[in-house]
Write a protein that binds this ligand. Structure first.
Ligand code: KG4
Ligand code: ZN
Length: 340
C-alpha cells in the first residue's frame, strides 16, 4: 500500500481537510466562512472561531469520502504559515493531537509552496500525468500574495519577484469594497468584466524596477477616479459598473502579465503555471493562453478547487516532504510570516 497523508488547511477563512494516497487525491473537503461577507475582508477573531467549529466535521467528512480509516494514515501535514495566527493555531493544534494519538509524523507545510504544488495533484489513476516539468515558472496570485517563483523541483523553489505592497487579490477586493461590493469581490468583478469594455477607463500602471509588483497605487487611483466621477453623477458606479469592472480587471492583468512575460524571458523557462485564488480569473487565464501562443509556453492551470485555499495542496506538499523525511517537531508553532 502507498503512503497516505492527511492534510489540514486553516490559514485564512477556509477550513479544509484532504486525504491523499501517493499523488492521488482521495478526498478534499472545504468549508468556507460566510461571516466575513459584510466586513470587506476577513475578521481574524471570527475566522479563528469558525475554524474551531468546522475542523472536526470537515475532517470526519474527508475520512468518510476517502473511505480510509484513521489507522491507515502515515503522516499528517498542516499549514504552519503564512496566515492569520489565530486561524493557523486551530489547524496546528488539531494536526498535533492527531499525530500524537496515532503515533505518526507531523509535517509543517508552507501555504505558498503548497499553492504551487497544487499543480501536481492527481485525481484518478487513469488520468495522464500532465504535471509541469522542471524548471517551471509559477505566478502565484492570491488574496494575500503575489509572487513569481522558479520551481526547480518539488521542494526547491526560488522567489524572483513579489509584490511590495498589496496582493493582486487585494487589488480586486479593495477596489470592490470602494464600489460597495461584498468580500471577496474578485469573482464578482470577473463576472461583470465579461460584459464590459476593458478600454472604457484608463488607470496608470506602477513603475517598479525588476520583477516586483505594486498594486496599492492602482487602488488609490481607482478611489480618486470614482470620487471625482460620483461628484458629477451620483449613480456613476451603477451606470458604468460593467465597464468599471472590465477596465479595472484589464489593468490588474496587464500589470501581472508584464512582469510574468519578462520573467519567462529572463529565466528562459517555457513551462508556465498560475496558482492561487486569482488564477480562477477568466481574463487572466485568457491572457496567459494568449501569451502561450506568442511565446511558445506550455501552460498549467490547476482545477478550480485546487486554486482556492484547500487541504489537497497541503497533503500533496506533505507527501513530498514525507518521502524526504522532512518532519516537524511536536513543539512546532504556527508562523504568521513563514518564508521558504
Ligand atoms: O488563494 P485564495 O483562495 O486565498 C488566499 O490565500 O488569499 O485567494 C483568494 C483571493 C481573493 O482575493 C479573491 O477575490 C480572489 O482570490 N479571487 C478572484 C477570483 N476568484 C477568487 N479574483 C479575481 N477573479 C476571480 N475569478
Ligand atoms: Zn492561499
Amino acid at each position: 500500500m502507498g503512503v497516505t497523508i492527511l492534510g489540514i488547511e486553516s490559514s485564512c477563512d477556509d477550513t479544509s481537510a484532504a486525504l491523499l494516497r501517493d499523488e492521488y487525491l482521495l478526498s478534499n473537503v472545504i468549508s468556507g466562512q460566510e461571516v466575513h461577507r459584510n466586513y470587506g475582508g476577513v475578521v481574524p477573531e471570527l475566522a479563528s472561531r469558525a475554524h474551531q467549529q468546522h475542523i472536526i466535521p470537515v475532517v470526519d467528512q474527508a475520512f468518510r469520502e476517502a473511505g480510509v480509516s484513521r489507522e491507515d494514515v502515515d503522516g499528517v501535514a498542516f499549514t504552519q504559515g503564512p496566515g492569520l495566527l489565530g486561524s493557523l493555531m486551530v489547524g496546528t493544534s488539531f494536526a498535533k493531537s492527531f499525530a500524537l494519538s496515532q503515533g505518526i509524523p507531523l509535517i509543517g507545510v508552507n501555504h505558498l509552496q503548497a499553492h504551487i504544488l497544487a499543480h501536481f495533484i492527481r485525481d484518478t489513476e487513469a488520468e495522464e500525468d500532465e504535471s509541469p516539468r522542471f524548471p517551471f515558472l509559477c505566478l502565484l496570485v492570491s488574496g494575500g500574495h503575489t509572487q513569481l517563483t522558479v520551481v526547480r523541483s518539488h521542494l526547491d523553489m526560488e522567489i524572483i519577484g513579489e509584490t511590495i505592497d498589496d496582493a493582486a487579490g487585494e487589488a480586486f477586493d479593495k477596489s470592490g469594497k470602494i464600489m460597495d461590493l461584498p468580500y471577496p469581490a474578485g469573482p464578482i468583478i470577473d463576472k461583470h468584466a465579461r460584459m464590459g469594455n476593458p478600454h472604457a477607463f484608463e488607470f496608470t500602471r506602477p513603475k517598479i524596477e525588476g520583477l516586483d509588483y505594486s498594486f496599492s497605487g492602482l487602488k488609490t487611483a481607482f478611489l480618486y477616479f470614482l470620487r471625482d466621477q460620483v461628484k458629477q453623477d451620483r449613480d456613476f458606479i451603477e451606470n458604468h459598473f460593467n465597464d468599471l469592472c472590465a477596465s479595472l480587471q484589464h489593468t490588474i492583468i496587464d500589470i501581472l502579465m508584464d512582469k510574468f512575460i519578462r520573467a519567462a524571458k529572463q529565466t528562459n523557462v517555457r513551462e508556465i503555471g498560475i496558482a492561487g485564488g486569482v488564477s480562477a480569473n477568466s481574463g487572466l487565464k485568457q491572457a496567459v493562453h494568449q501569451a502561450a501562443g506568442r511565446y511558445g509556453w506550455r501552460v498549467h492551470i490547476p482545477r478550480f478547487e485546487y486554486t482556492m485555499d484547500n487541504a489537497a495542496m497541503i497533503a500533496m506538499t506533505g507527501y513530498y516532504k514525507y518521502l524526504r523525511g522532512e518532519f516537524t517537531g511536536i513543539d512546532a508553532v504556527p508562523q504568521a510570516r513563514f518564508k521558504y
